[in-house]
Design a protein around this ligand. Structure first.
Ligand code: 6GU
Length: 390
């Protein structure tokens, strides 16, 4: 693997030749190249930044040095080089995770572009996308002065996963982490230290009991420190807040949609229902033509509904609740929310459900809807309406 770094502080990356990446270089697993971005700035002061168009605080990194640097570094491997992935380190990137480390560990070339100031001119990223795969990556929800520390951290997470670096031990350790849970506390000798004792269960040889204790500790820690990692069904609060959906919700919306409509398809004997035919692009596009709302519980998207005006009727659709969280009032809550946010011109609500979806029909009737007609179609969708009051 070849790793390149573009930065205005090459010294900041000196630790790369120490410790872990240094060891990987010595083993011949990786090749490191640190570049000073200013060597592609040609004015007397080797300027790399300028004031932002449109005004605002701070400085923006100019496109020209970045453009030349990327052209040169990406071409450095010769004509039959492996394709590179360019990692722009930025607080507005996707979060760095173990999964992303694993993904990057599979690349043959990584180029780290370390941003400074208020960011890099957007056209640099647009240009880079014409040359290579581009990832914008953040270490977390806090702001550093520049992306160099992030590039170091990402490098360390990636390099330790390279085959041959730590033998198989590393991957085995990774695999044995209980998925999605924080690590349990660990102890070594002595069994008693300054009045603190090692939990007795660890001193006995009962491996089943030890595994159970560790699992319990991992769950407790996760619930305490990272409730967002726990499965929603283990942490459901009953306090639902429907908020407008954003593009980043689309993948989870599609997953929930598929989970919900497979059941509908089976009940109605129709696997051609539109919600089962859609892909990520369709769901993303729908966010522009509908007012879509989502409910999250402990970070997980567990419910959604959408509405839009058709004449003077507020059409409500895609009312969905995660299958494992039904029967807790979330569906009713979402329906009431969809009615509450109807456009002011609306004089009635309308929704559709499969003619054979008796549970849905019962629920909608209880909420004040009546069946207007049953349409022609494999699932004979029923059209229900309800007048708007007040
Ligand atoms: Cl990658 N860069 C900067 N400047 N700040 C950050 C970050 C990256 N990740 C979290 N904060």
């Amino acid at each position: 693997m070849r790793l390149d770094y573009l930065t205005i502080f090459p010294d900041y990356l000196a630790p790369l030749s120490l410790s872990l990446p240094g060891k990987a270089v010595a083993k011949g697993l990786i090749e490191l190249h640190v570049h000073d971005l200013r060597s592609w700035a040609h004015d007397r002061h080797r300027t790399v930044d300028d004031t932002p168009y449109g005004g605002g605080a701070g400085m923006v990194m100019k496109p020209e040095p970045w453009g030349e640097a990327l052209d040169e570094v990406l071409g450095a491997g010769g004509p039959d080089q492996a394709p590179a992935t360019v990692v722009f380190t930025t607080p507005s990137g996707e979060p760095m995770t173990q999964a992303l480390a694993r993904e990057l560990a599979g690349r043959e070339r990584l180029v780290f572009a370390c941003g400074r100031y208020e960011g890099i001119d957007q056209r640099v990223l647009d240009h880079a996308r014409t040359l290579a795969e581009v990832r914008e990556v953040s270490l977390g929800d806090y702001v550093l002065n520049g992306g160099e520390v992030a590039a170091l951290a990402i490098t360390e997470a990636v390099v330790r996963l390279l085959p041959g670096f730590m033998g198989n031990a590393a991957s085995l350790v990774e695999e044995s982490h209980e998925d999605g849970l924080l690590e349990y506390p660990v102890y070594t000798k002595p069994a008693s230290w300054r009045g603190h004792d090692v939990p007795p269960v660890l001193l006995g040889g009962n491996h089943g009991a030890i595994a159970a204790w560790r699992h319990d500790q991992a769950v407790r820690r996760t619930a305490e420190r990272r409730p967002d990692l726990l499965h929603a069904s283990a942490a459901v609060s009953g306090e639902w807040a429907a908020v407008p959906a954003v593009r980043g919700d689309a993948a989870e919306l599609l997953t929930l949609q598929l989970a919900c409509w497979v059941g509908e398809a089976l009940v109605n004997g129709d696997l051609t229902l539109p919600p089962l035919q859609e892909g990520l692009d369709d769901v993303t596009a729908s966010l522009s033509s509908w007012d879509t709302y989502v409910v999250r519980s402990a970070g997980r998207l567990v419910g959604s509904v959408r509405g839009r005006l058709d004449g003077r009727t507020w059409e409500i659709g895609r009312l969905m609740v995660a299958p494992d969280l039904r029967g807790r009032g979330l569906g009713r809550h979402l329906l009431e929310h969809a009615e509450r946010v109807a456009a002011p011109e609306a004089t009635a609500y309308r929704l559709f459900t499969g003619a054979a979806s008796t549970a849905n029909l019962r629920r909608y009737k209880r909420a004040g809807y009546s069946v207007r007609e049953v349409l022609d179609g494999p699932s004979g969708p029923a059209v229900l309406t309800k007048p708007r009051r007040g």
